[in-house]
Design a protein around this ligand. Sequence first.
Ligand SMILES: *Cc1c(COP(=O)(O)O)cnc(C)c1O
Length: 380
Amino acid sequence: MTVEQGQSPETWLARALGSHDAETHGVVPGIHPATTFLRGGDLTYPGLVYARPANPTFATPEALLSKLEGAAESLLFGSGMAAATAVFQALQPGDHVVAPKVMYWALRRWLKQFCAHWGLGLDLVDMTDSDAIAAAVRPGRTRIVWVETPANPTWDITDLAAAADIAHRAGARLVVDNTVPTPLLTRPIEHGADIVMHAATKYLNGHSDVLMGTLSVATPDAFWQRIRGVRGDLGGIPGPFEAWLLLRGMRTLALRVDKACANAQAVAEHFHGHPRSAGILYPGLPDHPGHGIAARQMRGGFGGMLSLRVAGGEAAAVRAAARLQLWTRATSLGGVESLVEHRASVEGPDSPCPPDLLRLSCGIESAADLIADLEQALAP
Ligand SMILES: *Cc1c(COP(=O)(O)O)cnc(C)c1O
């Protein structure tokens, strides 16, 4: 149930859109574990039918996300990959997809296999280069231009408005993986995107304890109904408890994102030009090639993710990661605890990730502690 909502994303988030439990008047909305719903004697359903296509516990987090993204509708999925793959499974054989060379590695790997099996055309392009996107789209055949910005793990920046324009001229949709900036820093629909995806596993939930994905749509059209059908029929949905945990996590999103951005900016500035650094990749630094576009299309910070290229190459990077005490060596990102990962050893030989790169997910600890730990780990 929704009451006074206020004007600002922080307010929508903290108050979960004013939702509460209508039955008990609890200030926290309830969890609905039922998988099946009552049917009348006349065989009609007064409400829902079955929990695979729709569950009432999804309604508030979906509404909150739609409000944040400026979207008409949103859908929760059982993981970020379940959300992303539903978009491609709604395509028809013969359709064509343009996706980034630099993007979330597991999705790029899946997409290559899936496009081959499903009879889809695929071009992987440098999404920092609008001319390269324009050269890759095939008018009338390209259905999806997929963008991630800032993009894993080098934090390449794509100009969303330019990409949307190119996609739309070719009759394609722009779909944006907005996991890293979150809707607090970037609202892709404002820049022309048609669909926005999140690995809610990351910042939206924020506590490294829920696996979930989302899609949000600017205009619910026939393609969106196909995506909804993929979710309902394939059943790639979260459980109600996970959906409830997501809403709880999202209440603190604004505070967490602010602190993660401040920590990332502090770490980036400290190690910029540092003798043990062979380069800091962070769009918040003026010498990052995407800084100008990021400053235009991101508001309130440049995100909590950055990468440090360690002087001395791969061996020095692995040694530094091994010596870290406070940063946790683990994959994933967007939690309250800072994580470090040597990405090249995860992504394998066909990855564009440099071997000397450590990916840093800044949590909400003290920036001074995070910097001191990196200093001791990088010391000769
Ligand atoms: C983690 C991640 C995904 C996949 O999400 P899962 O919940 O792990 O399936 C997709 N895109 C980005 C940018 C991610 O970081």
